[in-house]
Design a protein around this ligand. Structure first.
Ligand code: SAH
Length: 229
């Protein structure tokens, strides 16, 4: 998978992709993340990326031209499955959506700023809009990093234990069961004995039971309907 991120603040994203699992995924050649500075596509001598809103009102609006030029520049080099604008009123990101999108090959993620982008970007240049939740952040960089992380960790070979992503919360419509590690007893607080039994079937049954119970307690909405879309 290749992800190209378009942003006015590329520095915000560097550290996130140059560490941990995401860096390993890139070193193994399983994912590539390229961060592009929109300013490189600005046309005027001040390298402006935004301007006042027509009709007045507070807040600046991101110009369509640098965004259009950046997208065309990338599209001239390869075919993209989706051009995604990170937006609080987009489709809400959840695990089923991440699972579906993890099979895509080339993605462009556009990060907005200020009041957002000129509406014509949304009408004519992007193929999808994704939100990471019902709250407003000051820029699309964190949302783009969240989406990238959710997709990349699903790629086969990225996590050391191949089954690990499958046992995460939401993968089967349930939240994950509790996990423990050494010591078996700490400060008088023991680990559930079944986990030390070595009895694989009983352990699996216990984990499933715990998942169902936790889902009922914490996220009963997950038990109500079919997986979200
Ligand atoms: N005026 C806009 C918010 C702009 S926030 C509105 O009310 O909808 C500035 C930028 O941050 C947006 O362009 C978007 O790219 C990003 N952003 C903020 N919150 C987000 C969220 N919950 N999900 C995805 N992107 C978000």
């Amino acid at each position: 998978m290749r992800i190209d991120i378009l942003t006015a603040l590329p520095g915000l994203l560097d550290s996130y992709f140059n560490d941990s699992i995401l860096e390993r995924a890139q070193q193994k050649g399983l994912a590539e993340v390229h961060v592009h500075d929109l300013r490189a596509f600005a046309t005027d001598k001040h390298k402006r990326l935004d301007d006042y809103a027509f009709g007045g009102g507070a807040g600046m609006v991101m110009l369509i031209e640098p965004i259009h030029r950046a997208i065309e520049h990338l599209k001239a080099q390869r075919t993209y499955d989706e051009v995604i604008y990170m937006s609080p009123d987009g489709q809400r990101l959840d695990q089923p959506l991440a699972n579906r999108m993890s099979t895509l090959k080339n993605l462009i993620l556009l990060c907005g700023h200020y009041k957002g982008v000129d509406e014509r970007v949304r009408q004519h240049l992007v193929t999808r809009e994704i939100s990471i939740g019902d709250y407003v952040l000051s820029g699309g960089e964190l949302p783009a990093a969240v989406l990238s992380d959710a997709l990349i960790r699903l790629l086969p070979g990225v996590l050391n234990d191949e089954t690990s992503a499958l046992s995460d919360s939401f993968q089967d419509g349930l939240v994950a069961p509790p996990v423990y590690t050494r010591p078996a007893e700490y400060n008088g607080w023991p680990v559930p004995p079944v986990l030390m039994s070595g009895h694989e079937a009983r352990i699996q049954a216990w984990r499933h039971e715990q998942s169902v119970q936790r889902t009922r307690e914490r996220r009963p909405d997950l038990l109500d309907g079919p997986e979200g879309g």
